[in-house]
Design a protein around this ligand. Structure first.
Ligand SMILES: NC(=O)c1ccc[n+]([C@@H]2O[C@H](COP(=O)([O-])OP(=O)(O)OC[C@H]3O[C@@H](n4cnc5c(N)ncnc54)[C@H](OP(=O)(O)O)[C@@H]3O)[C@@H](O)[C@H]2O)c1
Length: 286
């Protein structure tokens, strides 16, 4: 099957990327990212708020793979949305990474002055500083509203998506507007043990000689949903991209689809408590 997704602006994005959230130790982040590139990943996912853009950039520059073959995603933190600060913060991201363009820049959370940030991203996109722009954690209503009142349709919406939170409704809205659905926490982050013990996962893993993680990732990718699993262990880094040599049957896909309980684990931007927490969030300059 295809290993890339075609974005709505003609740019191709790998369906499997490497996530770097919570890899805060600079040496470990650079080493994991380099291992991922060596293992065949061509997409690295970072964010201003992860504190590891510098290490990710170092891995990209040191790996020996041509820059044009690597897809780098970062995300603007919501504190940087208003008054032209989004634009300035993207330049700071570029400087931290030591790169002269970013492949995909996302609005990380739909808080604060999202529309000011989006207009800055549109300009950066039109100038070629970023090859594509998109959003993250946007519920369908926010996504459609953003599309209604702006020039550029987001290329990607990165949202929490895994077996327990399959985002079926959100996926249909993304399809309608030709926005690629990218799954964060595709292994369920901290709920892995519970997820990997599900009979539907275990049975499919046994039938194909694959691991539960590979089944959980393949289930998403087989529906055209991009995934960005994170690991700091070489064996798992390799395992998580080795999902293109088998195909889940229709019965297996249906059994896996049935375990969805539409329950986000990380939370959603539609939760007012989360918006309050965002308001009170203090940070170093990002
Ligand atoms: N846009 C957003 O708001 C947002 C939010 C969260 C995450 N993200 C992005 O999405 C990426 C992925 O999400 P995530 O890191 O939260 O969670 P995840 O990828 O679902 O799960 C990561 C966890 O799974 C473990 N793991 C990885 N591969 C495994 C395997 N094959 N078998 C067993 N365990 C395995 C990892 O442990 P080890 O590292 O110890 O191997 C780690 O504890 C992030 O890194 C980040 O880039 C974006």
């Amino acid at each position: 099957m295809e290993t890339t997704a075609l974005l709505n602006n003609g740019v191709r994005m790998p369906l499997v990327g490497f996530g770097t959230y919570q890899i805060t130790d600079p040496g470990q982040c650079r080493q994991s990212a380099e291992l991922a590139l060596e293992a065949g990943y061509r997409l690295l996912d970072t964010a201003q708020n992860y504190g590891n853009e510098k290490s990710v950039g170092e891995a990209v520059r040191a790996c020996g793979i041509p820059r044009g073959e690597i897809f780098v995603t970062s995300k603007v933190w919501f504190r940087n949305h208003p008054g032209g600060e989004c634009r300035r913060s993207v330049y700071r991201s570029l400087e931290r990474m030591g790169l002269d363009y970013i492949d995909l820049m996302l609005i990380h959370w739909p808080f604060n002055d999202v529309y000011a940030a989006w207009r800055d991203l549109e300009t950066l996109y039109e100038e070629g500083t970023v090859r594509a722009i998109g959003v993250s954690n946007f519920a369908p209503d926010r996504l459609v509203d953003l599309i209604n009142y702006n020039r550029v349709v987001p290329a990607v919406n990165q949202v929490e998506t895994h077996l327990f939170c399959q985002q079926k409704t959100a996926h249909r809205w993304m399809e309608k507007y030709n926005v690629v659905h990218q799954a964060y926490a595709p292994l369920g982050q901290s709920r892995i043990n519970h997820m990997f013990a599900l009979p539907a996962v275990r049975d499919a893993a046994l039938a194909h000689g694959k691991t539960p993680a590979q089944v959980a990732l393949r289930f998403l990718v087989q529906q055209g949903i991009a995934v960005i699993p994170k690991s700091v262990h070489e064996e798992r880094i390799r395992e998580n991209i080795d999902i293109f040599d088998f195909c889940l049957t229709q019965g297996e896909m249906e059994a896996l689809s049935a375990v969805d309980n539409a329950e986000p684990m990380i939370g959603t931007a539609t939760d007012p408590a989360r918006a309050e927490a965002a308001r009170d969030w203090k940070s170093r300059e990002l």
